[in-house]
Design a protein around this ligand. Structure first.
Ligand code: PLP
Length: 402
């Protein structure tokens, strides 16, 4: 069905069809792929088996028996829905238990749950900063951080990626012109590299700013206990807001801010995505609780070790074939391919070969920096990864990328 969408008064029609056509022409058209079954290392698409190399289910917990059992039991005991925002129909026991577990896990006084990482970032940032304040954001931060900053009404200053010296100069230049919030990804989602948290902690202290770290890709994965980027870098204080998610390495869904008691109180009163949205349901809360426990257990440590090994194996196989990969040692392995059309052709050809990886285009990454973003899982088989690297190398040669 075609909608007729006119300028007010009816003079000009800008059809939805035309808009979609423009998206297609620029090579930016997006669509979903239907897969059958679970988010395991291998998935099925149209009856065909594919090695899944684009999931954030890094530790393979999304179909772990312990999480499934916890979700089923919680549903039986507490029902399916939380019914409303927690400020309306009450906090359920599982919300409190999960917040206590997050605070223990992250070594903070308190924690506040959010419905997703996107909801957390938009809610937290717009609660902390407002008109007259300045948000200093790494140029490669996740889109949800940018959206939070735009929503806040504060001035957004984007600093060059991971360049703490440039940030220092920008902070110096803005001295006296409002409160400052520095925001960075812990592990950058499209590049897999790590923020210089130690330097950022120093800067925030020197300038009286607040520091927020979005550790969506570090939590569960980095550090001895899986507490994330800060743990890996040996930083125990100075990060005011540790944001993390349950939907990636923890195999569940939702997000949190691990903060001081005082900041929790402020967020609970100010974060609109917390206030005006139905809270997470019992099944999800229980699965996240099970995941936090698992991540800190010997099994969790073992899965982290597996993930590191698989990431190294894949990176080395790709490099020895002649692919240039950026530095970085996490489970995110970007292969920068440049233009959107080559990138999408590459990923389509890989689908035919049995390798499932997404092409990443603007606005997720800057124009001309399109890439295949490979993500590793602890549950990938070593032989499967070597096989996949061979397929990628073969297609890369056919496309003239190597
Ligand atoms: C995925 C992601 C988010 C959003 O988290 P969701 O729970 O998927 O909404 C936020 N920040 C970063 C860095 C992410 O990679």
């Amino acid at each position: 069905m075609h909608l007729h969408w006119l300028t007010i008064g009816g003079a000009v029609e800008i059809s939805i069809q035309q808009e979609l056509e423009q998206i297609r022409e620029r090579g930016l058209y997006r669509k979903t792929h239907l897969i059958q079954g679970r988010q395991s290392a291998w998935v099925e698409m149209d009856g065909k088996k594919l090695l899944l190399l684009c999931s954030n289910n890094y530790l393979g917990l999304a179909d772990h028996p312990a999480l499934i059992e916890a979700a089923v039991n919680a549903t039986t005991q507490f029902g399916v829905s939380s019914g409303a925002s927690r400020l309306v129909s009450g906090t359920m026991e599982l919300h409190e238990r999960l917040e206590a577990a997050v605070a223990r896990f992250k070594h903070t006084e308190a924690a506040l749950l959010f419905n997703s990482g996107y909801a957390a970032n938009t809610g937290i940032i717009s609660a902390l900063a407002g008109r007259g304040d300045i948000i200093f954001s790494d140029r490669l931060n996740h889109a949800s951080i940018i959206d939070g900053a735009l929503l806040s009404g504060a001035r957004l200053v984007r600093y060059p990626h991971n360049d703490h010296n440039a940030l220092a100069r920008l902070l110096e230049k803005q001295r006296g012109s409002g409160r400052a919030l520095i925001v960075t990804d812990g592990v950058f989602s499209m590049d897999g590299d790590i923020a210089p948290l130690r330097e950022l902690v120093g800067l925030k202290a020197a300038h009286g700013a607040l520091l927020m770290v979005d550790d969506a890709h570090g939590s569960g994965v980095l550090g001895e206990q899986g507490r994330g980027t800060a743990e890996m870098l040996g930083i125990t204080e100075g990060v005011d807001v540790l944001m993390g998610t349950f939907g990636k390495a923890l195999g569940s869904y939702g997000a949190y801010a691990a903060v001081s008691q005082e900041l929790r109180e402020l967020l609970l009163n100010r974060a609109r995505s917390f206030i005006f949205s139905t809270s997470l349901p019992p099944s999800v809360l229980a699965a996240s609780l099970a995941a936090i426990e698992l991540v800190q257990s010997p099994e969790g440590a073992n899965r982290r070790e597996q993930l590191r090994r698989k990431s190294d194996l894949f990176r080395n196989s790709m490099r020895s074939a002649g692919f240039t990969l950026p530095d970085g040692a996490t489970q995110i392995v970007p292969l920068v391919t440049g233009q959107a059309d080559t990138t999408m052709r590459f990923s389509e050809m890989l689908l035919d070969e049995g390798v499932y990886v997404q092409g990443i285009r603007p606005p997720t990454v800057p124009a001309g920096a399109c890439r295949l973003r490979f993500t590793l899982m602890a549950t990938h088989g070593s032989d499967d990864l070597i096989w996949a690297a061979e397929r990628i190398i073969a297609v890369g040669r056919r496309l003239g990328v190597i």
